[in-house]
Design a protein around this ligand. Structure first.
Ligand SMILES: Cc1cc2nc3c(=O)[nH]c(=O)nc-3n(C[C@H](O)[C@H](O)[C@H](O)COP(=O)(O)O)c2cc1C
Length: 224
């Protein structure tokens, strides 16, 4: 096996640290570790930061173009790690049909310094794509069969499209019909039946976790 050390960064864009999204990320991390990568998990909700502030420092003609957002805040060390990473996996619960706000803000800060409006006469980007293996993991309440009706493949798939544009490769993994509440009996929920949620969780979530494991393994193999 190639001896290159693969660095794999995992970003939790959800507020909960033990639930569906983190479990999917941790499974992907185990896959990445199995593939020999150095892994790290970062919880965005631990970090005070905002999205892009449109300072355009990264788009100046003489910009350093080092791929790291110029804003000096608590996210900067994470973005520096992202720059050095060969693999980046970002997990988010779906909130009102989109990634969480923190996930969106992180993506803005990650993507814009690697993005360019500057193309040569042949239509090639003047700024090189920084090759990385990237992926989004989304967890959500709705069932997989209902995703098209809610336009989720387009709305959520746009993140991977942007990551692919900047880093060359991206894919998306979905975990649907998740078990949301710690104790359904305490909450006003009549749209979902706890038994259905539990059955799906018991029967299907292990498959989702296995898919996440394979994702981690696959991305690391591709990064070598
Ligand atoms: C504020 C909020 C909004 C949500 N909106 C959606 C939604 O639009 N579609 C959906 O399928 N699930 C939605 N959910 C459910 C979560 O996406 C789902 O339970 C997810 O798996 C939670 O991830 P976690 O267990 O890692 O916190 C929402 C949950 C919250 C708290």
């Amino acid at each position: 096996m190639d001896s290159k050390t693969v660095r794999a960064l995992f970003i939790n864009g959800g507020p909960r640290k033990r639930n569906n999204t983190v479990q999917m990320l941790q499974s992907a991390m185990r896959g990445a570790a199995e593939g020999g990568a150095d892994t790290e998990l970062i919880h965005l909700y631990d970090i005070p930061f905002t999205g892009c502030k449109s300072c355009f420092a990264c788009q100046l003609k003489n910009a350093k173009a080092d791929g790291v957002c110029a804003l000096r805040d608590d996210l900067r060390p994470v973005l520096e790690k992202a720059k050095e990473a060969d693999v980046i996996v970002i997990g988010s619960p779906v909130y009102f049909s989109y990634p969480t706000g923190a996930t969106r803000s992180f993506l803005e800060r990650l993507l814009f310094p690697n993005f360019t409006y500057d193309y040569d006469a042949q239509g090639n980007r003047r700024r090189p794509i920084r090759e990385k293996q990237t992926a989004m993991i989304f967890t959500m309440n709705i069932a997989e069969k209902d995703m098209p009706e809610w336009n989720y493949p387009v709305l959520l798939g746009s993140c991977a499209n942007q990551l692919r544009e900047n880093f060359g490769h991206s894919e998306t993994l979905y975990a649907c019909d998740t078990y949301q509440f710690p104790d359904y009996s305490r909450y006003a929920v009549s749209v979902f039946r706890e038994e259905d949620k539990r059955r799906h969780h018991d029967e299907h979530f292990p498959i989702d976790l296995q898919n996440a494991f394979q994702l981690g393994l696959r991305l690391v193999a591709s990064a070598r």
